[in-house]
Design a protein around this ligand. Structure first.
Ligand code: HEM
Length: 496
């Protein structure tokens, strides 16, 4: 028996034809827009907002009905009200009624899995508690230092050539290098794992094999840490009192690795692209009116790495944004449209400096627990890249830039750049476009060194504390002269 299509309850007058030039390519049953066929999702969200207000009915592939939440306040209400809305898709009526087939293109986003992203209540607390407890053990100062070094290594790979493609050579590598280190498997970081993660997210025919490759790395890591715990994320997750099974550990290592990789790669590429294509943005950065963290935050408002999260599901009949939502209805958490809600941003081009109330990291019980790590990778990575290559320019016309756009995210395909070729730098040096070749100080004496604060860690010794012989010319991280207190503090904080 073919189940009756289940349409969300909406206004009765939905049967509107798209006007000429409408951003929506297709309109389905009930005059509802097919979200996946939209040529310009931003324009379609604006039109839906005009027609329906902050919550609009739409169709997904196979004309599966869904609500898209467009309002900032309505999105926040939904994610913060677990008594009414859950991330557990098993209660979704179209799924329960067999309308969503196992090969539905959005199944990888929707299919319920025993992971914290889909769990709720006590089970969510147990799983998420183990993840956040393991995250709390991360030393953020050491992390920033590691990000600085990983950036130096990546820039060294292309700085002498004067050209690079920053999506492939930088923004997709940096988060993976950092996360392999954080999880406790730095030896697994290489081109292969980056390609596997990219391939898996693209959903190509080799995606299953790529997923298996990544799961293999993570299972081996979990097994090693069960017998030989160390001070890393995987060890803390394995040994958490919540007692995660081997399968749960593997799945949560995967969630963390992939969530971090995909979102942070997008954030890095988006922020760098804006610096390269918007003269005003770059001028504000160069002129000191905007810091790199502020530039990153602006990017989180304007181009959130996940444009929507699929999805939330109504646990009971309720009202949201003037629409009657039935028990079992599905709702798209609309991050990108919520961030441009005219009620919170009457002028969408206005800069949002100092305001972090965007929806990029979600909210409520499922709010992203890795946001500080994502921000740190973007802040340190962009800052160090611009320090190394200050005259970096886009190496194509802006109109030639292409995105892979889906309902869930928008991913820049390539970002070709050119710059003045520059020499490699030591990964422990402070990123600079004019690496200092130290002059040997013949009058230098150990007694010139300032007193060493007790809490500076030794991994490896920061250049300014070095007491050995002056290193050979060309090793720009060598001791030059003692730094002032403030410079020492900055270097200690940034990690380079
Ligand atoms: C710029 C970077 C990032 C962005 C924009 C981002 C965004 C998000 C969003 C929107 C959610 C879903 C919220 C919801 O379901 O309502 C989420 C969940 C999650 N993120 Fe992130 N994320 C980022 C980086 C990271 C990093 C670096 C990690 C790990 C180190 C991480 C780990 C997670 C986990 C484990 C969840 C699931 C939490 C739960 O369901 O309880 N994310 N993130």
């Amino acid at each position: 028996m073919t189940p009756e299509p289940h349409y969300p309850t909406g206004p009765d007058d939905l049967a509107t034809d798209p006007p000429p030039g409408c951003p929506a390519h297709g309109v389905g049953p009930g005059g509802l827009y097919r979200l996946h066929e939209a040529r310009d999702l931003k324009a379609l969200y604006a039109r839906l907002r005009e027609s329906y207000g902050p919550v609009a009915p739409v169709l997904l592939h196979d004309d599966v009905p869904m609500w898209v939440v467009l309002g900032h306040a309505e999105n926040l209400h939904m994610v913060r009200t677990p008594s009414h809305f859950t991330r557990d898709s098993r209660i979704w009526t179209p799924l329960a009624e067999g309308m969503v087939k196992p090969d539905h293109p959005l199944m990888p986003h929707i299919a319920w899995q025993p992971i914290c992203s889909h769990a709720e209540g006590d089970e969510h607390k147990r799983l998420r508690g183990a993840v956040t407890a393991a995250m709390a053990t991360i030393d953020h100062r050491g992390l920033r230092r590691h990000i600085g070094r990983a950036t130096q290594r990546l820039v060294n790979r292309f700085c002498e050539t004067g050209r690079a493609e920053l999506v492939d050579q930088f923004s997709e590598h940096l988060p993976m290098a950092v996360m392999c280190h954080v999880l406790g498997m730095p030896e697994e970081y290489d081109d292969r794992i980056v390609h596997a993660a990219r391939d898996m997210l693209k959903g190509t025919e080799t995606a299953i094999a790529s997923n298996e490759y990544i799961m293999g790395c993570l299972r081996r890591l979990a097994a090693r840490r069960r017998t030989q715990p160390e001070d890393d994320f995987a060890s803390h997750l394995v040994n958490d009192p919540a007692g995660l099974t081997d399968d749960e550990v593997g799945q949560h290592l995967r969630v963390v690795l992939i969530a971090a990789y995909e979102a942070t790669a997008n954030l890095l590429a988006n922020t760098i692209r804006r610096v390269l294509t918007e003269p005003g943005f770059r001028a504000q950065l160069n002129g000191g009116q905007m810091t790199v963290p502020e530039a990153v935050e602006q990017s989180l408002w304007d181009e959130p790495p996940f444009s929507t999260v699929l999805g939330y599901f109504a646990k009971e009949e309720t009202e949201l944004g003037g629409q009657r939502i039935r028990k079992g209805d599905g709702l798209l958490f609309g991050i990108a449209p919520g961030n441009v809600d005219p009620r919170v941003r009457p002028d969408p081009t206005a800069d949002m400096q100092g305001n972090r109330s965007h929806l990029a990291f979600g909210g409520g019980p499922h709010e992203c627990p890795g946001q500080d790590i994502g921000r740190a990778i973007a802040d340190v990575g962009v800052d160090a890249l611009l320090m190394r290559l200050p005259d970096i320019q886009l190496d194509c016309d802006e109109e030639e830039l292409r995105w892979n756009e889906s309902i869930a995210s928008q991913h820049l395909v390539e970002l070709p750049v050119r710059f003045t070729p520059r020499p490699q730098q030591s990964e422990t040096a402070k990123p600079s476009h004019t690496p200092v070749i130290p002059e040997p100080r013949i009058d230098w004496d150990i007694s010139d060194m300032p007193a060493r604060p007790a809490d500076v860690d030794d991994d490896p010794p920061a250049p300014e504390w070095r007491t050995g012989p002056v290193p050979p010319a060309g090793q720009e991280d060598a001791a030059v002269r003692p730094l002032g207190r403030w410079q020492r503090f900055l270097r200690w904080w940034r990690g380079y």
